[in-house]
Design a protein around this ligand. Sequence first.
Ligand code: HEC
Length: 476
Amino acid sequence: MAVASLSLGTDPVSAQGPAQGAPAAHGPTFNKDVAPIMFSKCATCHREGEVAPMSLLTYEQVRPWARAIKSKVISREMPPWGADPRESLPMRNDMSLSEAQIATLVAWVDAGAPRGNPADLPPVPTFTTGWTYGSEPDAILEMPVEFEIPAEGELGVQMFYSKVPWNEDRFAEVVELRPGNAKVVHHAGIFFVDIPEGTTLVNGRIVGPDGKIIGDRGSAGLPSTDSGLPGSSKLLSWVPGRGLDRHRPNVGKRIPAGKYINWQLHYNPTGKVEKDRSRLGIWFNKVPVTHEVLIRQAGDPLATTKGGLSLYRAEGEEVEYKADPSSTRRSRTTPNIPPYAENWSLTGITPVTEDITLYAMSPHMHLRGKSLKWVVTYPDGRDQTILSVPRFDFNWQFNYELAEPLKIPAGSKITGIGFYDNSPKNKWNPAPHLEVYWSEQSWDEMYQPFTEYSVDSQDLTKQKAGPTTSAPPQQR
Ligand code: HEC
């Protein structure tokens, strides 16, 4: 990820040698100006046991990286954050640096990275280990088995299943997936499903009457992750650095009793045999839940009513495709991405059929994913871009949480505009000469503009049992 165009000029850091202890007469110092930025914007990942390769908490740890820090913050590669602030609404989990913070870091490096006055140094914040959220979860659910990852080879997405351990639906305000072994977990997803009739769970796998495992990716009889729930069956997806999913105090993610938790884990072998047993931390809502958060992709009919129409428009074909409402996979209707196509576009248009409140958006594409943008068209025809991720990065798939939830009236449309680069110019492209299909593997493609919202007319505190709810929503 070198920044070729960046001119670093002479290197004051190595040229001057360690400027330890010498407080700069003017200009930023580590103790006064840089440490607070490291603590608030870098340390979530750059500390022991977290995703980044080195800790950035002390002067001794930061100084050797001064030059790299300058280049990474100027290019805005660090902290990783994909939303273009000019074309996106403000996000409450925005990790990016302000212009002023970037200027401070650059000036500090250019001045030889001085340490400054020890009295200026704020205390190193204390971080919880194990969970990103500041407390122990109310409930911790574990993968049903410890999985052994072979030293080498390409592993398909591993599917494990365990039963939701409660007799009634519960609602989560915060959920976090914590890898058992961060070295090997490449990405993960948690869904709720039914398991097919006549099957049993053996060691966390679904086994059919003939003794064969049937819950694996690509195998026949795979439980659909899209059906069977009032809202959506997705709980979360996780990539390194994503941290946790935080909903609003009175808006919860339903954890449906009677369903099975589908753990989808994608592992990267490390060269030696590794083990993983990932865990799911759940913090229940602390106030009565009025609304259920639904996670759909723009392209599924948004809101609860049946029969919403979604259109997909694939560039090059100039044909409109009606989405298959029973599936999030576009394979049946969407044309494949042609070889070498550099700027291939797929647009999902979703009618909003009831008044909704939108909370967060999460772009999911694979290695050809180039950009993704959400545009709301209101009933009066006005367009509003609410999130633009101009340089989609497969390695950093964030959940963009609106600072203020957005009310979207019935009669609006949400358009998700995705672009793909299947040319050799895309440095992640594994095979530009091949046509790209829509499927699960990272060398196939996906178009999943996940959108979190609730339906305004819903009030779970007034409502009796919902369609799959056997008891009123339960609070802790
Ligand atoms: C969300 C997690 C996350 C945050 C927040 C973050 N980093 Fe990083 N950083 C990483 C990871 C992971 C890598 C290694 C992979 C990569 O380079 O993308 C990295 C790499 C780097 C590197 C390059 C290291 C090398 O080997 O060249 C620098 C420099 C850096 N980060 C600085 C920072 C600074 C400064 C901040 C805060 C202003 C910051 N990072 C915030 C996750 C993060």
